[in-house]
Every structure is written in C-alpha cells, then in structure tokens.
Design a binder for this molecule. Structure first.
Ligand SMILES: Cc1cc2nc3c(=O)[nH]c(=O)nc-3n(C[C@H](O)[C@H](O)[C@H](O)COP(=O)(O)O)c2cc1C
Length: 474
C-alpha cells in the first residue's frame, strides 16, 4: 500500500484551511482513509469494524481502495458511515492505489491471478469437484485458503457433512425408461434449471476479481438459483445485473446490531425485482472459532489480532424478529441454519416463513452438530408434516451428483454448494463456476437415470437405504 502525500479538496474545509496530509491521520484516535477518491474519517468506526480495528489501522492514512474492494461493495460505506464522515475528495493524481479495470477483471489483493490460473489444465479436463478443489488450493492466496477452507474447532462437523453421504446407499429400479430425464424443479414456486443452487458465501472476490458477479453469470447459464450473501464483496444490484437473463436470486440477511443499517439495506433489496426471497441466517449469532483463519490474521496483523467485533445481532427471537422482518419486506422468508426438527416445526407456525435451509454453515459455526441430512431424517421421523408446509433446502459437504440425489430423495427441494462454487471461481472465474455446476448437473442426471428416475420430484425414500441413520435419529 502506497502512502499518500497529496492534498484534499471538499465541502468540509474552508478555502483558508490548509488540509493536513491524509497520511498523518493514521492512529486509533485520529484515523482517515481514502476510498475511491474520497477521504473518510473512520475514527469512530474503528471499534465497530467486524474484521477488527487492526486491519483498518494497517491501511490508515492511505488509499485503501484495492484492499477495500476485495471484500466490500462500495454501498457499504453509506450503510456504516454518516455523511459527515466524508471529509472531502482527493485530487485525481492523489489516487495512487486505485482499483484496476472494471471490477470484473481488475486485480484484487488475495484473488487468484491470471498467471496462476493459466498454469492449470483446461477446465474441461477437470472431472470432479474434488479435482477442482485441489487445483483451487494451487491458485488461491493463503488468506483466501484460510478463510474459505477453515471450519470451527476440530472441523468434525465439516467432515461429517460430507461423510454422511457415503453412508447412505442408493436403491436403483430396473425397467424404467429414463431416456428423457430433466433436472428442472422449483424452489419456493420459482422455476429453476437445477436442484442445485449456490449458497451465500462472503467475499467471493478473494477467489477471483469477477467475484459474485462471476457466480451469477455462471448460474444464469443453468437457470440456477444464487443466494447472495449479505457480506458479498459486490453490491446486490451489480450481481443481479451479471445474471441476466433468466437468473433467479435470493438475498441472505444477517440482522446487524445496527438495525438502521439493516433496514437501509433491506430497502435497497426491495428495489431489485430479481430477488425472489429473503434468507435469514440464524446459525451464526456469534463467530465460530475457526483457528486456521485466526492464525492467518495473527500473522497478518503484527502483534496479534485483537478479538473481532461481531456485528450480528445476537438477541433475535422467533416472534420479535419475524414480526419486525415482515414490516421490512413483502418477500417470502427462508430461515437458514435450522439444525433440529423442533425448530423446523416451529418455523411452520409463522406464515411469512415459506422455507428453511438445514445448514450448519459448512461446519463454520458450532462444531460437533449433526450434518443437515441427519436433521432431514429427524424431520421425516418426528414431524413429517413440515415437508408439506415448507420448502426444505440443505447444504454442506456436497461434492457429487449422488450426494444431490440422496438429499432430494430424503425430502430436500434443493441442495446448496458453498465452497465448491468458490473453488470453481478460483480456478476459472465465471467459467470455473459453470464447470462445477456442469459436473454436478451431469453427475446428478447420470445418477437419476441409473436409479430409474426422470425428474427430481420423482425421487423419494424408496430410492435410498439409510437404516443406521434412522436409528440414530431416535
Ligand atoms: C467462505 C465462506 C463464507 C460464507 N459466508 C456465508 C455468509 O455470508 N452467509 C451465510 O449465510 N452463509 C455463509 N457461508 C455458509 C454457506 O452459505 C453454506 O452454508 C456452506 O458453505 C455449505 O457448506 P459447503 O461449503 O460444504 O458447501 C459461508 C461459507 C463459506 C465457506
């Protein structure tokens, strides 16, 4: 990061006030930063930054646009900084560290570079999600690897999410004409081309400069649903623009302690008709203990990173929160991070809630919780009426078409991929994500044909054998 020494112009200085150089304001008690040609006083925001104040102080007194762009959309400034924090604008030649390109192809600190990507074999020669993951490890930065791959504590839940699919066996039927087989289905009444969707995942631009827009463009090719993260590194409107035509979106919400900021964002979402439902994430009221990520941050911030501020509201409750949310949106609500059959049943009592996502955040929240598939089995056993009332989606550990087929056979309407999409993005931007979706779609259709099933809606309990799981759900 280059230190800035130019002058400042803007509304907040009178003509006879000689502005001090931005680079002089870089302490905890007096902190300025240049972002996209504008100078901000971020002193009061330092203790509120979810990534910790040290990361901001590292970039204090400088043009931090590139570092900022790799993790945040520009709109987030308005969400968190009042107009009076904008001190003025820098002279054009002052922006020594502005972002390159149009954001789709420009370089982003920490993202895979085109040089690293060109050293990889062709995407068409990558045959499985696991193979794409291994190539992603070659081209992602250490920062991105520690953030994307990590899970909480001993990563038991993360491992179990994938392992459980290996314990479920399939039951193919013979003499079924499956010449014609389709993956089309619907999620909350929205027609989609695949029963596979991309789960919300923060800061996709760490994987590739095209970020969430690259994911959107890939999803559009398959008419697949993309759930946009509240912590996306691009604005929801920019992501949605990249998906046209034919793309279906949902938007994931974290309710922040700063409720006014949350309401402001929800108002922006109301202006985007392509967003068909709101996904409220509930499994992370506090951050999980992801040691790989913490270790990286300790190395990045000299002297060790202080504990993070977690901006997410931890005082959410069924009635109060859902009563508030329906005043902010007319869209259907989906609750993400449901981890017990009891909560699945309670969700059916709230008319605005039209779906749930059984998820443990890819093992990134509480460790040693059961995989979503086991919760699906609990629901089948203890409150099967939930299936008739809500669309149930699941995510976590999906790497094969047979995993998709098993989750659908157990009652899921759709199956989300989190890391797999990020790894695809790392190895090939939009084309890499499209390759991940293509592999999973082809594998799913192959599995369905071999099972004797013509479309996702035909899949049912009779297609799986999972006695041991049903025992453990008792
Ligand atoms: C790097 C990363 C960032 C994530 N960010 C979010 C997020 O912002 N909001 C959210 O609801 N879930 C988030 N998740 C969880 C995913 O939506 C999803 O539940 C999980 O990745 C599924 O597991 P999988 O990675 O094994 O497919 C994130 C997951 C990862 C790996």
């Amino acid at each position: 990061m280059v230190s800035l020494i130019g002058g400042v112009t803007g509304n907040h200085w009178s003509m006879d006030t000689k502005p001090a150089a931005v680079s002089q304001h870089k302490s905890q008690g007096d902190c300025w930063m240049v972002l996209h040609g504008k100078v901000y006083d971020i002193t009061s925001f330092l203790p509120k930054h979810p990534g910790g104040r040290s990361l901001l102080l590292q970039n204090a007194g400088q043009d931090a646009s590139r570092a900022f762009d790799s993790v945040h959309p520009p709109e987030i400034l308005e969400e968190h900084l009042a107009p009076e924090h904008h001190l003025g604008n820098v002279e054009p030649d002052f922006q020594s560290n502005k972002p390159e390109g149009d954001g789709m192809n420009g370089s982003v600190p920490g993202a895979s570079s085109s040089r690293e990507m060109s050293a990889l074999p062709s995407l068409s020669s990558m045959l499985s999600v696991a193979e794409i993951e291994s190539y992603a490890m070659q081209c992602l930065s250490p920062k991105a690897i520690s953030y994307y791959v990590s899970a909480s504590d001993d990563e038991i839940t993360k491992a179990e999410n994938g392992r459980i699919y290996r314990t479920i066996l399939l039951r193919p039927r013979v003499f079924v004409d499956c010449t014609e087989c389709s993956l089309e289905t619907s999620v909350l009444g929205n027609k989609v081309g695949l029963p596979i969707y991309v789960s919300p995942a923060a800061v996709a631009r760490l994987a590739h400069p095209s970020g969430e827009a690259g994911i959107a463009a890939a999803c559009a090719k398959f008419n697949a649903l993309q759930i946009i993260s509240k912590n996306a590194s691009m604005s929801p409107s920019a992501i949605v623009r990249a998906g046209k035509p034919g793309a279906v979106f949902a938007w994931q919400l974290y309710i922040l302690k700063d409720i006014a900021a949350t309401e402001k964002t929800l108002a922006q979402i109301r202006q985007i008709p392509e967003i068909k439902f709101i996904v409220l994430t509930l499994d992370a009221p506090f951050p999980g203990k992801r040691e790989a990520d913490e270790r990286f941050k300790m190395a990045e911030v000299a002297g060790g990173a202080p504990p993070q501020t977690w901006g997410t509201e931890s005082a959410l409750t069924w009635q109060k929160t859902l009563d508030w949310l329906v005043t902010q949106t007319n869209l259907p609500i989906v609750l993400k991070g449901v981890q017990t059959h009891e909560d699945a049943l309670i969700a059916t009592r709230y008319p605005a809630v039209k779906g749930i996502i059984l998820s443990n955040h890819g093992g990134r929240a509480l460790d040693t919780v059961p995989p979503p598939v086991q919760v699906l089995l609990e629901i089948r056993k203890f409150c099967p009426e939930v299936f008739a009332k809500l669309d149930i989606l699941v995510d976590g550990g999906i790497k094969r078409g047979t995993d998709v087929v098993k989750a659908l056979a157990l009652g899921a309407k759709g199956v989300g991929i989190g890391r797999a999409a990020l790894y695809g993005l790392a190895v090939g931007g939009e084309k890499g994500v499209a390759r991940v979706l293509e592999i999973l779609a082809d594998e799913t259709i192959t599995a369905m044909k071999l099972l004797g099933v013509k479309n996702p809606k035909e899949l049912g309990l009779r297609h799986v054998s999972c006695k041991p799981l049903i025992m453990c759900a008792r």
